[in-house]
Every structure is written in structure tokens, then in C-alpha cells.
Design a protein around this ligand. Structure first.
Ligand code: MRU
Length: 356
């Protein structure tokens, strides 16, 4: 049964988020009363997953705006844009981050537009802009949950009763404001009575699968088995997987999709074994300005994520490390992209947004 997870929310002028670094061993919440704490939380993976990063940024920007001390709307606007720029410098691959920043900027501009020519009431107008930004951030979070539920409804028909499903990383409630994208589809299929079994890739190096997806599924009693990433091919070869479903961090106009490192490997394996490979993602993950996956910026993270497991070193001192956080799956390997607007299938002629 679905037990809602409170990934992040706005409370009494603070951004509150479940600490994903501590899961599954400890369930604790982090309170951010300064926008810089939200930036730090995005960078250190306290909050992660592209849609959740977008929501956190929107709330962080609202939090930052609340504390701007400016005497004119123009000064407020300058300080607001400076805060937005700091959020934009956090996680470059997550399209939803930039989508949320743009939305907060639009809302700010709309409110400032209304206030132009009313400088005699400057302080009142500044207070109104701040209030509107908080409301917009909360709306973005609520919409994200509603969008994920629609993704679930649209995708559940692709999941046969009795399916054994492989997923990678965490595209669940924890990666969004709630419910999840790939795990949302699995939740929706379970809710209509389908009996499923989920194989969870551990997802080296940060172990989002072992720590977070396994925690979410176990919490709801959805049958699951944890595997090391290297076991996926053998599992498929043995005929034990009916489909693969994952989330995405950024999808280009032609359907090429960036997701957690290791996703491309799974897509190739799925193709080789004739298994459908699905992506579940909101429209806010689509980057229409990017013609294909070749131009995507792939975040590279701290080598310690590879040389250490937790705080324990597992590799020799000084070993050179390459640690890209994401890879890009070409659209030819994707059986369908499940969005809130419907299921889109290749060849995505004319761009995926034109297929909806
Ligand atoms: O580095 P992370 O944990 O932020 O990476 C997350 C992923 O790759 C998810 O699969 C993706 O953001 C989709 S989440 C709905």
C-alpha cells in the first residue's frame, strides 16, 4: 500500500527535506532557513533527483527572496537574479533545475511588471512579490506530485501483470516532490492489483538504488530484489526481466535521454535481449533547445564517490578517477517515453514535443 513520503516541503519560512544521505539507516529531516543551505543540500545530495532538485531550487529561491533587504523593486530584482544564478551553478545536467529557475524568474517579472509606476508603494509591492514567489514555489511542488500521478496512470498499461522489472538509480518519491516517475508507474500498476517484482540496481557509485529505491519499495511492501549493477546482463539472459524502466535528468528534442550513469549500459543490454526499455519523465525534463544528446553537459563529481564507500577507502591513494554522474541513452534504444501528456514512441519524428 502506498505510504506517502514527504521528500521536501515549505514550513514556517523554511525549506524542509528528508536527508537522503542518511537513508536508509536514519530517517531525519534537514531544515534550511537560509537559501545557501538549500544550495549546499543540492550539491551534497541531501536532496537529489532532477524533479526534486527543481522543486528545492524553487523553494530555495523563494527563501532567498524573502530575506532580500532592498528599498526598490529594481534592487529586489537584481538580488533575486543573483540568487537564481547561484542555484543554476549547482547540478548542470538536471533540466528540471533550469526549468524551475525560469519559472520563478517569470513569476518575479510578472509581479514586478504589475508594480512598475507604483514606486510610492515600493515596500508594499516588494512584500507582494516575495509572497508571490513563495506561493509559486509551493505550487511547483504540488504540481510535480500531480504530474507524477498522471505519468503513473499513463504508464501503468505498459506493465504486464506478473512483470519482473529492472530499475536503476532512484526515480521514486525521493527524486521528486512525491510519488515518483519510474517508481510512480510501478506504484500505479501495483495500485490496480498487478503482481510485480522489481529488481533494483544498486547504482554505483552513490548507491541510490541500494539505499533509496530499496527503502521506498520495502516501505510499501512492493516485492523487490537488490542486485549489483554488473548482474543486470546475466539476469536478462536468464529470461528474468520483462521490462526496464528508469527516470531521466534531461531529454533532448530527438528523445536522447540523460540519466544516472549505467543507464545506457542497461538500454544496450535490454536491446540485445529484446526487452523494452522505458523512460518515465515529466515534460519539464525535456530540453527542446537541445537537438540531440551530444550537446548535453554531463556533471562530473568528486572522485571520492568512487574511491570510497561511505567513509571507507576501497581504492589505492592517488589512483586517477573518472566520475561522470550521468550517461546519455540514444533514442533508438528507448521503447517509449512516458509523460504526463501521454506515452511517446520512437522515432519521435519532428521532435518529442511534437509527438504529444
Ligand atoms: O545524481 P542524482 O541522484 O540526482 O541522479 C538522479 C537520477 O539520475 C534520476 O534517475 C533522475 O533524476 C530521474 S528522477 C525522477
Amino acid at each position: 500500500m502506498e505510504k506517502a513520503i514527504r521528500t521536501l516541503f515549505w514550513k514556517d519560512g523554511a525549506v524542509v527535506m528528508i536527508d537522503q544521505r542518511a537513508l536508509p539507516l536514519t530517517e531525519r529531516y534537514v531544515y534550511c532557513s537560509d537559501y545557501r543551505q538549500v544550495i549546499a543540500a543540492i550539491n551534497d545530495l541531501t536532496i537529489r533527483g532532477a524533479p526534486a532538485i527543481g522543486v528545492a531550487a524553487a523553494m530555495g529561491i523563494a527563501l532567498g527572496a524573502l530575506h532580500i533587504e532592498s528599498s526598490t523593486p529594481a534592487a529586489l530584482s537584481d538580488a533575486f537574479h543573483e540568487i537564481c544564478a547561484q542555484f543554476a551553478a549547482t547540478r548542470p545536467t538536471a533540466r528540471n533545475l533550469f526549468w524551475a529557475i525560469e519559472r520563478m524568474k517569470r513569476r518575479c517579472e510578472e509581479c514586478l511588471e504589475v508594480s512598475r509606476g507604483e514606486d510610492d508603494q515600493g515596500q508594499q509591492r516588494i512584500a507582494a512579490v516575495k509572497k508571490a514567489l513563495v506561493a509559486e514555489a509551493i505550487r511547483i511542488a504540488e504540481e510535480d506530485i500531480a504530474v507524477n500521478r498522471r505519468i503513473g496512470e499513463n504508464g501503468r498499461g505498459l506493465i504486464p501483470d506478473g512483470a519482473r522489472i529492472l530499475t536503476h538509480c532512484n526515480a521514486g518519491a525521493l527524486a521528486t516532490a512525491g510519488y515518483g516517475t519510474a517508481l510512480g508507474v510501478i506504484r500505479a500498476a501495483c495500485a490496480e492489483g498487478k503482481k510485480l517484482h522489481v529488481y533494483v540496481d544498486e547504482t554505483r557509485p552513490v548507491l541510490q538504488g541500494a539505499r533509496l529505491t530499496a527503502w521506498e519499495l520495502r516501505r510499501e511492501g512492493i516485492p523487490c530484489t537488490l542486485i549489483a549493477d554488473s548482474m543486470a546482463g546475466f539476469l536478462m539472459q536468464q529470461g528474468k526481466i520483462e521490462l526496464v524502466i528508469v527516470g531521466a535528468d534531461r531529454i533532448a528534442a530527438n528523445g536522447d535521454a540523460a540519466n544516472k550513469i549505467g543507464t545506457y549500459t542497461l538500454a544496450v543490454l535490454a536491446k540485445a535481449h529484446g526487452i523494452p526499455f522505458y523512460i518515465a519523465a515529466p515534460l519539464s525534463t525535456i530540453d527542446p533547445a537541445l537537438p540531440d544528446g551530444g550537446g548535453m553537459t554531463i556533471e562530473e563529481r568528486n572522485p571520492e564517490e568512487v574511491t570510497h564507500v561511505g567513509s571507507v577507502r576501497i581504492a589505492p591513494e592517488g589512483i586517477p578517477v573518472w566520475n561522470p554522474a550521468f550517461d546519455v541513452t540514444p533514442h533508438a534504444l528507448i521503447a517509449a517515453i512516458i509523460t504526463e501528456a501521454g506515452v511517446i514512441r520512437p522515432p519521435f519524428a519532428g521532435g518529442i514535443l511534437g509527438c504529444i
